[in-house]
Ligand binder design. Sequence first.
Ligand SMILES: NC(=O)c1ccc[n+]([C@@H]2O[C@H](COP(=O)([O-])OP(=O)(O)OC[C@H]3O[C@@H](n4cnc5c(N)ncnc54)[C@H](OP(=O)(O)O)[C@@H]3O)[C@@H](O)[C@H]2O)c1
Length: 329
Amino acid sequence: MSLPHTMRAVEITAPGGPEVLNLCSRPVPEPGHGQILIEVGWAGVNRPDALQRAGSYAPPPTASPLPGLEASGRVAALGPGVTEWKVGDEVCALLPGGGYAEYVVTPAAHALPVPAGMDLREAACLPETCFTVWSNVVMRGGLKGGERFLVHGGSSGIGTTAIQIASALGARVFATAGSAEKCAACESLGAERAINYREEDFVEILRAEGGANLILDMVGGGYIPRNLRSLADDGRLVQIAFLQGPKVEVNFAEMMMRRLTITGSTLRPQSDLAKARIAAAVRANVWPMIEAGRFAPVMDSEFPLEDAAGAHARMETSEHIGKIVLKVR
Ligand SMILES: NC(=O)c1ccc[n+]([C@@H]2O[C@H](COP(=O)([O-])OP(=O)(O)OC[C@H]3O[C@@H](n4cnc5c(N)ncnc54)[C@H](OP(=O)(O)O)[C@@H]3O)[C@@H](O)[C@H]2O)c1
């Protein structure tokens, strides 16, 4: 396959609103040892991309400064030492950055085959949310069948993934969301009870059920003490973001008296090896759920690469339900 020297990409010209996303021309990157070059078909859009664009989530020093944490497409070239893929394979992959472009490099171990029967558009939406949900809900949070699981932001890309995976594991799923339409979507995906947080108190509802065994939270702020009150004895709180801020006053006596666990993680700064282990776990556990029809990404909308600003503006309305994607070619 002959490769071009340059490609279309979207850069962040300065920290700011969606208008700072600019179509540009960049050299096609070369895959290093253990890496593959992907000819990108579709790129997933995630809230961390918007945070990076706004200047509040810097990429790791070794990552591409271009936004984009996941993509699907075809393998276009192999770096030295790569044996598990061949040129032309259809893959979706977690990326250190650079997904908003016609070509991107990533460690070969962070790519997964496109699930049978799924198109590239949907496959682009899998890596960031599946890696995040599996690693935090199952590997870190230890969710088991029969447990009560609460996810905040239930209609988000992360939330719609968490509801389906937790349901497939046999958990009793509760979700919060900000409108009746979003709550209906959460229940259609498998939540036993969706809670419109503008009208109802999730603390009361979970306590009436005996408390949540596990909470996945992206809101933080005032939700932190309320989450602790919502947990059952021995419950676990996993924090993956702080949309309402990371600082709050908390009485830790509750944690000690009721043996609560507070933990959390972010995916991007973890080592290549840690992400490869998550990839293997996702492939072994989530891919069969997809192929059995128990989980599919919820698609909100698509935008052409050159309108990445429109995609970010849509995300920041928070009206979307599920995933937003960029059509790259
Ligand atoms: N730790 C990690 O490794 C990791 C990886 C990926 C993503 N994340 C985080 O997970 C979260 C979800 O990501 P995503 O890509 O799925 O995003 P998304 O689809 O944009 O979802 C965010 C949702 O959170 C809800 N929300 C609640 N409080 C909010 C507030 N103060 N500001 C904005 N939204 C608020 C909104 O729905 P309502 O109408 O219900 O409020 C919104 O739809 C983001 O915070 C992201 O940074 C973390």
